[in-house]
Design a protein around this ligand. Structure first.
Ligand code: ADP
Length: 382
């Protein structure tokens, strides 16, 4: 089966054409084509809207498909609110529901809805599936998702913790349980998705019971350009006393903070390089980020009733041995011990980096969100 995986941003459209075998696993050559259309809607770019972007994608795909029809499309959608607890087949009603959720993710959901409409017009017979970043976390208990604000802030405005990166946390949880030979339904773990955006998830009985991102992806860990947790009064103080408006604060906290704000670099590789050559700001950034992350691991160890695994994934989690070491060094009180050589080794696929005596096994498990979306699409569309 040929599945087109689509990730529509506000001004970009990323795609991957994947081939799945009859049983839904990857075909021998799983990725037939991939690409990115940028500057959608930007005057002078030649790509006025998502329909025009799709036209460009279709041209780029022609060679890769070799005349075969694409069987289905799977779309990543950021926000599924409380309505979508699982992937869904696309109907007009589903597109309208995604638009109704747009206030929760203004830039992303509108773009996703436009992408969906453009697809339905261009390929009316192709089944389409939506996969949400939030759905995996809909199993969180109320004690984990509710903010201690007056109840009507939730009931009237939907303000609560939703969580993101769900597709990745879900995939990685399953792979980690399998690697350890533990039935997923009994699996307790702390999963750390550390990319440009980063989040930690507490897994109990194989499902999400808490996660570090909140109403938006700004909460929780120190990220490439996002601050993660801070005292909300910082926001009101900056507005009242230093002339910031909402737009500027949004930019400050989402685009100018995190590693970039602390170290002047958003990219972990660069931060590590600078720290190694004695840059004090880079070292401080690594300290703040690894301290915050270790605190979440400790908290989630409690939340899950004793983790059976700590799992690293995504760009930094999979590739950055020095950053993993900085986090694991702080977990000694939990009885965590890692094997320095195993931590540095480059291994494809899920592998263990903890020492045999470690009280909690530590794993590195590569994520592949496109693969997960293709597979979920296959399940709903076949
Ligand atoms: P996104 O959230 O954009 O999908 P990724 O999962 O690709 O991000 O992660 C990007 C991050 O991974 C960057 O901070 C990058 O520096 C980091 N990264 C990738 N490879 C390495 C590496 N070999 N060592 C350290 N960091 C790495």
């Amino acid at each position: 089966m040929l599945v087109l995986v689509i990730n529509s941003g506000s001004s970009s459209l990323k795609y991957q054409l994947r081939e799945l075998a009859d049983d839904g696993t990857d075909a021998p050559v799983p990725v037939l084509a991939q690409g990115l259309v940028e500057r959608i809607g930007v005057p002078g770019s030649g790509v006025p809207d998502h329909a025009a972007a799709l036209e460009q994608v279709e041209a780029e795909l022609a060679e890769a498909t070799g005349g075969r029809t694409i069987d289905a499309a799977g779309h990543r959608v950021v926000h599924g609110g409380e309505r979508f607890t699982a992937p869904a087949r696309v109907t007009n009603e589903v597109i309208r529901a995604i638009e109704r959720l747009a206030p929760l993710a203004p830039l992303h959901n509108h773009a996703a809805a436009q992408g969906l409409r453009a697809m339905a017009e261009r390929w009316p017979d192709m089944p389409q599936v939506v996969v949400f970043d939030t759905s995996f976390h809909q199993t969180m208990p109320r004690e984990a998702w509710q903010y201690a604000l007056p109840d009507e802030v939730y009931t009237e405005h939907g303000i609560r913790r939703y969580g993101f990166h769900g597709t990745s946390h879900d995939l990685v949880t399953g792979l980690a349980a399998e690697h350890l030979g533990i039935p997923r339904g009994e699996f307790r773990a702390v999963v750390l998705h550390l990319g440009n955006g980063a989040s930690a998830t507490a897994i109990r009985d194989g499902v999400s019971v808490d996660t570090s991102m909140g109403y938006t992806p700004l909460a929780g860990l120190v990220m490439g350009t996002r601050s993660g947790d801070l005292d909300p009064s910082v926001v009101t103080h900056l507005m009242r006393n230093h002339g910031y408006d909402a737009e500027e604060l949004d930019t400050l906290m989402n685009r100018r903070s995190g590693l970039l704000g602390l170290a002047g670099e958003a990219d972990m590789r660069q931060v590590l390089e600078n720290a190694a050559s004695g840059d004090g700001r880079a070292r401080n950034a690594l300290d703040v980020a690894s301290y915050r992350l270790a605190k979440y691991v400790g908290g989630y160890h409690v939340a899950v009733g004793g983790a059976q695994a700590i799992v690293f994934t995504a760009g930094i989690g999979e590739n950055s041995a020095p950053f993993r070491a900085r986090v694991l060094d702080r977990l000694e009180a939990l009885g965590v011990a890692y094997d320095a050589e195993a931590n540095r080794a480059r291994v494809a696929g899920p592998h263990t980096i903890s020492a045999p005596e470690s009280a909690i096994p530590v794993l590195v498990v590569p994520t592949d969100e496109e693969q997960a979306i293709a597979r979920l699409t296959w399940e709903l569309a076949r």
